[in-house]
Design a protein around this ligand. Structure first.
Ligand code: SF4
Length: 454
């Protein structure tokens, strides 16, 4: 019999990458020192890499956002940033070598807001990806993030012309008062106009991000936002539960401690999650993960949810992560504005990009956890044969106590085993943000706990 455990808080953390950046450490203090990229990549497969370019600038800082980004870019900072990106791309491509084939199978520009850059700067960004890194943007999926105020016709024309196959826009809410409540001032008319411009350039996949759990949001107002989004027939929709995290705009207002402990807020989010999920399922969307929904029959032109965790990722820019099978690495990370500005300034002044700076080595146990997290948090579940092929064991051998716990809570789909799958039940999927953190290793937990937020 299934036991329900109402005390488990469903919204603990969004596991979009494992290990999280807050578990990374300075590599110059590691016994082997800062590794040369050339050595790190020497034995890696490089014929189907992902390329990610990070642009850490936004016009405003949304109240819920803890991404690595700053407001505005004074004194030609974007030019200096692109100059540094160019230097980094040159160094990284050099480190990849030419002994084995180097090919990129997917690319993405994220942020921040990549379309904070002007149309001419976006051309330069594409040139860096193509000429420095050798990515053929017009022949691989290229995903780009944008915002309503920066999705201008000239920028979108550049992106469409250079081969963008997926554009993702953060709308969060079509109700102006709700947008204001999460410190993202915008008018619905401007959002609709931006969506019209995006559809005009015929980029194959449009993704719209919406948020639930906003102060004052009701099932009715949530449905208004969902229907407004559905009016554009987006190929993808991401429904995000609102989080209030330390050092963010909302966190600074002191809302975190009280609100996070507030069972009523959990209940509101749970209710809105179910309402949103059911509404999209009834409108011909399939659920890909807790957050992601895809219109039936829509092309899969962007990275699948969580795909940014796959091995073989080259991240360029000061907020980007890179993944080899052995090491995940990046630059320093911060949320607080002054710290972010300092890190960006340090990045733009960097001349030598030949070594990794901050990161975490991934051993066999972590690789198993990562594989489990990546697969289990997808609605389609984990293929047991894939896992066995890769690790020689089954998830039940390696994570017995965790899986027993999930099963006792009704989070696993009991019928999936017969199909050779380990899969979450609808209730398990709804609890992705509680289940994911339970799979973190003790070492990663300890590193995250020791990380000093800045
Ligand atoms: S949510 Fe997006 S637009 Fe808002 S501050 Fe964060 S990165 Fe910028």
């Amino acid at each position: 019999m299934l036991t329900s455990q109402p005390t488990i808080r469903p919204y603990q953390s969004y596991v979009y990458a494992y290990p999280h950046k807050t578990a990374y450490g300075r590599l110059d203090t590691h016994p082997t020192g800062r590794p040369a990229l050339r050595e790190l990549w020497a034995a890696e497969r490089k014929d189907a890499l992902s390329l990610y370019l990070h642009i850490p600038f936004c016009e405003v800082r949304c109240g819920f956002c803890n991404l690595f980004t700053r407001i505005g870019a004074p004194d030609e900072l974007t030019t200096r940033y692109l100059d540094a990106l160019d230097r980094q791309a040159t160094a990284v491509r050099d480190a990849l070598g030419d002994e084995a084939p180097v090919r990129f199978a997917a690319a993405a520009f994220g942020g921040g807001t990549p379309t904070f850059l002007t149309a001419a700067e976006l051309e330069r960004l594409c040139d860096i990806a193509e000429r420095r890194m050798g990515a053929d943007l017009r022949s691989v999926p290229l995903s780009v993030e944008t915002s309503p105020s920066t999705a201008t016709a000239d920028r979108l024309a550049v992106l469409a012309d250079r081969g963008t196959t997926r554009i993702s826009i953060g709308v969060q809410s079509f109700i102006d008062a709700e947008a204001r409540a999460v410190v993202r001032p915008q008018r619905r008319a401007d959002v609709e106009a931006a969506l019209g411009r995006i559809r005009d350039v015929r980029i194959p996949v449009l993704n719209i991000d919406l948020i639930y759990g906003i102060d004052g949001q009701t099932e009715d107002s949530w449905r208004t936002s969902l229907d407004a989004a559905l009016g554009w027939q987006p190929e993808e929709l991401y429904l995000y539960p609102l989080y209030v995290r330390p050092l963010t705009g909302l966190g600074r207002f002191g809302a975190d401690v009280e609100a996070a402990a507030d069972a009523a807020w959990d209940e509101q989010r749970r209710r809105l999650y179910r309402a949103g999920r059911d509404h999209l399922l009834a409108h011909g969307y399939e659920q890909v993960s807790m957050r992601m929904f895809r219109r039936a029959g829509a092309p899969q032109e962007g990275p699948a949810d969580y795909a940014c965790q796959t091995d073989g990722m080259i991240g360029l820019g000061c907020g980007a992560r890179s993944y080899t099978t052995r090491l995940h690495y990046s630059f320093d990370y911060a949320v607080e504005m002054r710290e972010v500005r300092t890190i960006i300034d340090g990045y733009t002044a960097t001349e030598d990009f030949s070594r990794a700076e901050v990161g975490r080595y991934v051993d066999g146990d972590e690789a198993r956890r990562r594989h489990l997290l990546q697969s289990l948090l997808q609605a389609q579940g984990l293929q047991l044969t894939d896992y066995r092929q890769r690790f020689g064991t089954l998830p039940g051998d390696d994570f017995r106590s965790e899986l027993d716990r999930f099963e006792a809570r009704g989070w696993l789909d009991g019928a999936a085993d017969a199909a050779g799958l380990l899969r979450l039940s609808p209730e398990g999927l709804a609890h992705s943000d509680a289940l994911g953190p339970e799979l973190f290793s003790p070492a990663v937990r300890a590193a995250m706990a020791a990380y000093e937020l800045k």
